[in-house]
Each structure stands twice: as structure tokens, then as C-alpha cells.
Design a binder for this molecule. Structure first.
Ligand code: KG4
Ligand code: ZN
Length: 350
């Protein structure tokens, strides 16, 4: 345990993330991760998607042990904490409430600051967690946030000055992965499984049309329908079609999705002249997008930033880094996510 002297120059942030189906807690010492604990909820697997009420109940069960474990792994006690950061949104209301109430009560009990964090900003600012050998992006850079709930191209001018240049008009890219997987009979979340099977398949075995969407916006619902019709037609002709061609189907779906993402990011680079590109969110764990980005770095001379695996899918360390950045500068505690997309003209605060 650290004694009073050794903790003098330390800023210990406890971070809590409970926006969807993962209960997570982390402790950061300034911008370094001391612990990053995630309790994944297996209860949703059989339903093919997250069941909100079951998620809230599982958060209720998990939150205390997860926080205890995060403090224990960090080697500190709750009395050493400088502040508590928590995800205030976006996310499932019942799930968010569990983390929010816990964080509020703890901060109040310990009489330390409580810092609210926007989940999507956190997926981007995870790139500023200090990791040995990891080069952080310099401002301005472009961020492609790809998760189960969002798909956005964001221009990042400083930690809290972010502009959404484009986003999905319907499904998020993670949903495209998960819903395609569900059609193929794979459990939730199907994204990692499509990624796994794609590695032994031929990405050009089957062709799916890419949607035509203006500007930097995305659309994935048409692709999902195209995959459903493809499945129905092929299975009607051969009931074992999926079994026989699983890897090729997964590789072809993944190839199409990655092409859609890469087309937009190339367009964003051209439009803004910014050649630094970072990815974040659960889908940034995908081996295909990670490779496509690194290939683009070599081909187009971009500088690209791919997060460590533990910071891709939902985690609390990313909430902790935002908490730390806000804690350091009180003025920032007020800042929000700037939305200039055509459909949202006013400045949004979270
Ligand atoms: O960021 P995240 O953990 O939660 C949200 O904020 O939504 O993202 C979860 C999404 C799920 O749709 C999941 O299938 C997808 O990330 N995902 C992947 C991979 N790992 C997670 N999609 C494709 N390939 C992966 N390796
Ligand atoms: Zn997320």
C-alpha cells in the first residue's frame, strides 16, 4: 500500500463504465493505467443482442466486486483516490444509472470530485493513456469511432474540441457485424467471430454491394438486408450452405464493411488535409480494419493510431483518462462534444 509520502504527487482516478453490457472499473495514476477490470455479461449471448433489463441487473451484481478488484489490483485503497470519473452517456439508461449512482455515492462519501465522461469522447481519448512505446496522436487528427452503437468520423482539434464530420444514418458498424453474425446463426456479439472465421476465408468469394451515401455519412442497414436475402437464397438451394462456406462468407462480409469504412476515411483525409488517423471503439479490435489502416499508412504516407486491444471494446481506463484530463483543468469540466453535423446544429453537452 502506498504511504502518505509516496502518494503526494499522485492523482488517482477511479473510473467506472457501465453504458452497455460490460461492467468496468479502472484506476489511473495520472495518465497511466494501474488496473483495468472488465466483467463481461454472458447472459445476452442466447438472445442475439443486449437485453437492457438483464444488463442493468448484471451491473448491479458486478459493480461492487469489479470496483474492489480494480482498487486491489492498483494497490491503493479508496481513501487514496483523488476523484471518481463515470460514463454519463450515451448508453442504455438503466445500465448508465447503476454506474452513475455508484460513482456519485462514492464521490460524495469520500468528499472528492465527481467527473462525468462522454463514452464516445473516451473511445477517442483512450489514445492518450500513457503506454510504453506508444506514440500519441498530435492535434489535429481524424478519429474513426466504430462501435456497437456508433459510427463516426470526428475531427479532433484538441482534447475537448471535437467535430463530428459524418456518422451513420441507421445501423452502427458493430451492429452490421453482429446482425450479419446472427443471420449466420452465430451467438452475440458476433463481430469477434466474423473476424475469427474471416481469417481463413476468401474475402472476394461473395460480393455485397456497398451503399452510396453522400459526404462522410454511413449506412449499414442495406448491407444487413442484402446479407439476409443472400442467406435465404443460398440456404433454399442448399441447407448446408453456411456450414460449407462459413469462412468465405465471413471474409466477404468483413471485406465489404472495411471497404466502406476505408472509403470514408480516405474521403475525410482528402477533405480536411489531415493525415493522422486514429481508430477507436469495439470494432477497432477487428484485425481487418487494423491491417487496412496500417496498409494505408504505408501506401498514402498517413500516420495511423490503433489502440491496444484492452482499450478497444468498452473499458474503464478510457473513462479514467478523460477523468484525469478534466481533473487537471477545471475549465475543461464543462466542455462537451461539439456536433456540427447537418442534423444537429447546436452545441451538445453531455
Ligand atoms: O465499443 P464497444 O465495446 O461497445 C459499444 O460502445 O457499443 O463495441 C462493441 C462492438 C460489438 O458490436 C462487437 O461485435 C464489436 O464491437 N467488435 C468487433 C470485434 N470486437 C468487438 N467487431 C468486429 N471485429 C472484432 N474483432
Ligand atoms: Zn463503446
Amino acid at each position: 500500500m502506498p504511504n502518505a509520502d509516496s502518494t503526494k504527487n499522485k492523482t488517482y482516478i477511479l473510473a467506472i463504465e457501465s453504458s452497455c453490457d460490460d461492467t468496468a472499473a479502472a484506476v489511473l495514476d495520472n495518465d497511466k493505467t494501474l488496473s483495468n477490470v472488465v466483467a463481461r455479461q454472458a447472459v445476452h449471448e442466447e438472445y442475439g443482442g443486449v437485453v437492457p433489463e438483464l444488463a442493468s441487473r448484471a451491473h448491479q451484481q458486478n459493480i461492487v466486486p469489479v470496483v474492489h478488484q480494480a482498487l486491489k489490483k492498483a494497490g491503493i485503497t479508496k481513501e487514496d483516490l483523488s476523484a471518481v470519473a463515470f460514463t454519463s452517456g450515451p448508453g442504455l439508461m438503466g445500465s448508465l444509472l447503476v454506474g452513475t449512482s455508484f460513482a456519485k455515492s462514492l464521490a460524495m462519501g469520500l468528499d472528492i470530485p465527481l467527473i462525468d465522461v462522454n463514452h464516445m469522447q473516451a473511445h477517442i481519448l483512450a489514445h492518450f493513456i500513457d503506454e510504453e512505446g506508444y506514440d500519441k496522436p498530435k492535434f489535429p487528427f481524424l478519429a474513426l469511432t466504430i462501435s456497437g452503437g456508433h459510427t463516426q468520423v470526428v475531427q479532433v482539434d484538441s482534447y475537448f474540441d471535437m467535430t463530428i464530420l459524418g456518422q451513420t444514418l441507421d445501423d452502427a458498424v458493430g451492429e452490421a457485424f453482429d446482425k450479419s453474425a446472427k443471420i449466420l446463426g452465430l451467438p452475440y456479439p458476433g463481430g469477434p467471430l466474423i473476424d475469427k472465421y474471416a481469417q481463413s476465408g476468401n474475402p472476394k468469394a461473395f460480393k455485397f454491394t456497398k451503399p452510396k451515401v453522400d459526404g462522410l455519412d454511413f449506412s449499414f442497414s442495406g448491407l444487413k438486408t442484402a446479407i439476409l436475402y443472400f442467406y435465404q437464397k443460398e440456404v433454399a438451394a442448399d441447407p448446408d450452405f453456411v456450414e460449407k462456406h462459413r469462412d468465405d462468407i465471413c471474409a466477404s462480409i468483413q471485406y465489404t464493411i472495411i471497404n466502406i469504412l476505408m472509403d470514408k476515411i480516405k474521403k475525410a483525409v482528402k477533405q480536411t488535409g489531415i493525415r493522422q488517423v486514429a481508430i477507436g471503439g469495439g470494432v477497432s479490435a477487428n484485425s481487418g480494419i487494423r491491417k487496412a489502416l496500417k496498409d494505408a499508412e504505408a501506401k498514402y504516407g498517413w500516420k495511423t493510431f490503433v489502440p491496444k486491444f484492452e482499450y478497444t471494446t468498452d473499458n474503464a481506463a478510457m473513462i479514467g483518462i478523460v477523468g484525469y484530463l478534466k481533473y487537471k483543468d477545471e475549465n475543461l469540466q464543462d466542455s462537451g462534444y461539439v456536433e456540427t453535423h447537418a442534423r444537429a446544429q447546436s452545441r451538445l453537452k453531455f
